[in-house]
Design a protein around this ligand. Structure first.
Ligand code: GAP
Length: 441
């Protein structure tokens, strides 16, 4: 394992080198901590989202939703984000740097000394800074046309609670799941894709009877930890952190973070919140609409409590990259390998003709055509075979198939395992079955 301090640099550089993640608007020098996902990154992210979506919606009590990013501005008044979604911020009058108050040491705050330029008495008092991005709907830019880019996807679920209830025949307890972009004008984004201004969330809101909130809170805490385990994340690097009174968001009665030990410390990966009936009651008040639930069995009317699980797609992607990264010494050379769980690996199988002649490429191309019906493949015929293996190791590809001269004699190919580097010879016609067996085990 590389030194923790340099691990992030290595991952950022690998992500660029292999086409996982690029700086946004790179040719213009980048902009505001934004990132673009390249060919491998987008597959990795898609596989993570699919794993989440399947775990959430392939069950009878949770349905999906895809709500609009732009919502009525009253939504954000009702949710408390217009008044409460703020970070206290401190400026340096000298070098114009801006800091979150909680990122500064007590010593800096008391002495007013800027941690960046070192000037004494240069820090301002803390001021509240709203994290929502403002825009305007329509051609006229006045106060009546203000809209916000959603800072969380959750509100799209709350305002559709009745629509979903009336159309999906669900009964409390039930959940609504959604994956989508969210935007926050973070004061101090950083650590690559850990904290950015544009990111994706995977949120699920579970509507329960008010007396059952604690029971379902515990259930979802366990379920969510299990999900990361199934994604192949090292259990020893995951922990739960309970929010103290002063950490709780304005909507939460109780909250736990699932934290991961990143190279820059233990940080939040996902939030699990007991949001009580706060959000639905606020929307009842601000919209004037009925958003309660009638339980026919018990002849009881109530506003459900909500247990929320809120994960970040980008943070999960970073977690998968950090967790999978390994350096090994092989025959005196360094091998960099991403040991992704095969479920999330962007490419499942690399296919290589040993040389570009004597009929080997034709056989390899035919194998590619067959295998690609079921698996994401990468065909690579350029360079020494050892180099090609290393490229696939860095991409996290679980298996490699090589067509060589023995293939011409007996129809077998080598199947290389990314993690053990062991190579087995198997008949080409058995490849599909063999791979299916390996990926499902
Ligand atoms: N609906 C509740 C909610 O949004 P949160 O704890 O503010 O709760 C949930 O955010 C998750 O969204 C976080 O655990 C993190 O994974 C992700 N997230 C939040 N802000 C982010 C940012 N600026 N960049 C990347 N991911 C972020």
């Amino acid at each position: 394992m590389p030194k923790e301090s340099s691990l992030m640099d290595k991952i950022v550089s690998l992500c660029k080198r292999r086409g996982f993640i690029f700086q946004g608007s790179e040719i213009y020098g980048g902009v505001g901590s934004t990132y673009d996902y390249g060919p491998l990154g987008v597959e990795l992210k898609m596989n993570i989202k699919n794993a989440w979506w399947t775990s959430m919606t392939h069950r009878s009590d949770i349905v999906g939703l895809d709500a609009a990013i732009l919502m009525h501005p009253k939504v954000w008044e009702a949710s408390g984000h217009v008044d409460g979604f703020t970070d206290p911020m401190i400026d340096c009058k000298q070098c114009k740097s801006r800091f979150r108050e909680d990122d500064l040491s007590q010593k800096n705050i008391e002495s007013g000394q800027c941690p960046k330029c070192g000037t004494k008495d240069s820090l301002t008092e803390a001021r509240q800074f709203n994290l929502m991005f403002k825009t305007h709907i329509g051609p006229v830019e006045d106060s009546s046309s203000i809209a916000y880019l959603r800072p969380e996807t959750a509100q799209g679920i709350y305002v559709n609670f009745k629509n979903v209830l009336d159309t999906s025949r669900q009964k409390v307890p039930f959940g609504i799941a959604q994956i989508g972009k969210a935007f926050r004008n973070e004061i101090t984004p950083g650590n690559f894709i850990f904290r950015t201004r544009e990111f994706e969330q995977m949120e699920m809101q579970y509507f329960v009877h008010p007396e059952d909130d604690e029971k379902y809170f515990e259930i979802w805490k366990e379920e969510r930890l299990k999900w990361y385990d199934e994604l192949g994340i090292n259990k020893a690097k995951l922990r739960l952190h309970e929010h103290s009174e002063d950490e709780l968001a304005h909507y939460a009665k109780k909250a736990f973070d699932i934290e991961y030990e990143f190279p820059f410390g233990w940080k939040e990966l996902e939030g699990i919140h007991n949001r009580t009936d706060f959000d639905l009651k606020r929307h009842i008040k601000f919209s004037g609409k009925k958003l309660d639930y009638f339980d026919e069995k018990n002849n009881e009317r109530f506003v459900p409590y909500i247990i929320e699980t809120s994960a970040g797609v980008d943070r999960t992607t970073l977690t998968c990259l950090v967790d999978a990264y390994e350096e090994e010494e092989v025959k005196g050379e360094k091998r960099v390998v991403l040991k992704f769980n095969s479920k999330i690996a962007p490419i499942k199988v690399g296919i290589f003709p040993l040389v570009n002649k004597d009929g080997l490429p034709e056989i390899a191309e035919k194998i590619s055509k067959d295998i690609s019906k079921n698996f994401a493949i990468f065909y690579d015929s350029k360079g020494a075979i050892g180099r090609r293996y290393r490229r696939m190791d860095e991409a996290g590809t679980p298996f490699g198939i090589t067509v060589d001269y023995q293939t011409l004699e007996d129809g077998t190919v080598t199947l290389r395992d990314r993690d053990t580097m062991a190579q087995d010879r198997i008949p080409a016609e058995r490849l599909s079955g063999e791979l299916t067996k390996k990926f499902s085990s």
